[in-house]
Design a protein around this ligand. Structure first.
Ligand SMILES: Nc1ncnc2c1ncn2[C@@H]1O[C@H](COP(=O)(O)OP(=O)(O)OP(=O)(O)O)[C@@H](O)[C@H]1O
Ligand SMILES: [Mg+2]
Length: 459
């Protein structure tokens, strides 16, 4: 494909050639006619002047010589019968009768006789003007002739001058358009470079042009497009990062869940296999093994229950059935169960033992169990459960939670990175928060790293 300046140059040369031929043709026809015409007029003027100056005493031969010498014109005098009386260019005696020369015949009837024809006498193309005059009651014809070659010469001179002007005009036009073209080339190159950079994502931010309104508009639109693309790119990057993040989170969650299931399943498999292989096993060991299998089965079903409950709460399909419940009794039951798993830990229940609240017993049991278990898991010392008329608090003096993590710990599957994954899904506080919201209670968490945490549920 051709470049822009090549297209312009090609078109320009074509136009130049066409116009040059056209102008040449016009100049040729127009100037040729013009020159013949003006020569004719000059000859008519000359012959009219001559007709006034000629009289009886005029020496025609001398006059013819003079006209030839000074004006380079052929002067002929012809008698009524056609005999040549005087002639500037040839010996008149050798000349034939001129009675029937067309210009002479025309001069007979009209004011002037005029013709362009070949002269047999001189063997040249000539322009003739003839006039009939009366001298001493005698009719004679005077005739002036000009060689066409001379006329043609003058015409060519003019043609050359006009052509020179036309060529000069074209050269100026060419340079002007060449300059405009170079500038346009520069502007388009700028745009092309900008677009190339855009496709390579080299982050071009803006492009300007002050050459013309059109270029200014194009470049400002391109700048806008580049900005939009950069914005889109940024959004795309952000979206991709978010997607990657959420994928990673999902992977983490799946690996955490499978990890939680793996242990109890391994225990169930291991002990049951031992029991199957060794039938003569000691009854007390057999009972120990069966208890382990049973405990881990319970753990598995609890894990599944937690997952199911979290899905129900998340999908807002969990309903609550509230009953007047004695808080102290509910907490006691929970503590007793937890104490089995954490036998060496001390849990202290403080406050009014007769407080009754309207709660869903099972769900609120989940709340208390999670809060107390967290306190047991994340602290070494004793755990206090404080019951009052308006609230219940679970207090520990453990590792605490940083401010950054405080905002996130109630999210589904969120766990503080440093804490071990063992025996945790990161669902406990998510369930707690959802259940408390369902009861229209409020949960306030206050915590300090290395000092401990307080989880307060207000009714
Ligand atoms: N009392 C606490 N002291 C310090 N950190 C806590 C306490 N309670 C919760 N956390 C932090 O908040 C995170 C989220 O708690 P959550 O109860 O939701 O999950 P989990 O205890 O890790 O797992 P799950 O309860 O599902 O077994 C925990 O991983 C832990 O890092
Ligand atoms: Mg927990």
């Amino acid at each position: 494909m051709l470049k822009f300046h090549q297209i312009i140059l090609r078109k320009f040369l074509l136009l130049f050639a066409f116009l040059f031929l056209l102008v040449g043709a016009i100049v040729h026809y127009w100037t040729y006619d013009y020159y013949i015409d003006s020569s004719k007029k000059a000859l008519i003027q000359d012959i009219s002047l001559l007709s006034f100056t000629i009289n009886n005493r005029t020496n025609f031969d001398a006059l013819a010589r003079k006209i030839k010498k000074n004006l380079q014109l052929r002067f002929t005098v012809i008698a009524k019968d056609g005999t040549v009386i005087a002639e500037g260019y040839k010996d008149k005696t050798s000349m034939e009768n001129h009675r029937y020369r067309p210009e002479i015949m025309q001069a007979d009837n009209e004011k002037f006789g005029e013709i362009i024809r070949h002269s047999h006498t001189l063997n040249k193309d000539m322009l003739y003007i003839a006039k009939k005059i009366e001298l001493k009651n005698k009719i004679i014809y005077i005739r002036l002739a000009k060689e066409l070659k001379g006329i043609y010469h003058e015409f060519v001179n003019l043609g050359i001058k006009i052509s020179a002007v036309v060529i000069l005009f074209f050269i100026i036009l060419f340079f002007m358009s060449y300059k405009i073209n170079t500038q346009i080339q520069y502007e388009t190159n700028k745009i092309v470079d900008f677009l190339k950079a855009l496709t390579k994502k080299e982050k071009p931010t803006y492009i300007t042009s002050h050459y013309s309104q059109e270029f200014a508009l194009i470049t400002s639109l391109l700048t806008k497009i580049s900005k939009i693309l950069a914005k889109k790119e940024k959004q795309h990057d952000k979206y991709t990062k978010k997607l990657q993040n959420s994928n990673r989170q999902k992977d983490d969650i799946i690996s955490a869940i499978s990890h939680e299931f793996k242990n109890p399943i391994a225990v169930v498999n291991g002990y049951s296999q031992t029991l199957l292989e060794d039938e003569s096993i000691n009854p007390s060991i057999r009972k120990k093994f069966l208890t382990k299998i049973n405990n881990n089965g319970t753990k598995l079903s609890e894990l599944i229950d937690t997952l199911r409950l979290s899905m129900k709460l998340d999908g807002k399909t969990q309903s609550i059935q509230t009953h007047q419940t004695n808080l102290n009794e509910l907490v006691n039951e929970t503590v007793q169960t937890l104490q089995l798993t954490y036998p060496q830990k001390h849990i202290m229940i403080q406050g009014d033992k007769s407080i009754i609240v309207n709660v869903d017993k099972t769900l609120f049991g989940v709340v208390m169990s999670n809060l107390i278990e967290n306190a047991l898991k994340y602290s070494e010392d004793e755990v206090i459960v404080k019951i009052s008329k308006r609230s219940i608090e679970v207090i520990d003096t453990g590792i605490g939670i940083s401010e950054k993590n405080l905002e996130k710990i109630t999210e589904k599957f969120y766990r503080v990175q440093q804490n071990s994954w063992n025996n945790s899904l990161g669902l406990g506080l998510f369930l707690v928060n959802k259940i408390i919201t369902l009861h229209h209670f409020t949960l306030t968490i206050s915590s300090k790293v290395n000092e401990g945490s307080t989880f307060k549920v207000e009714f």
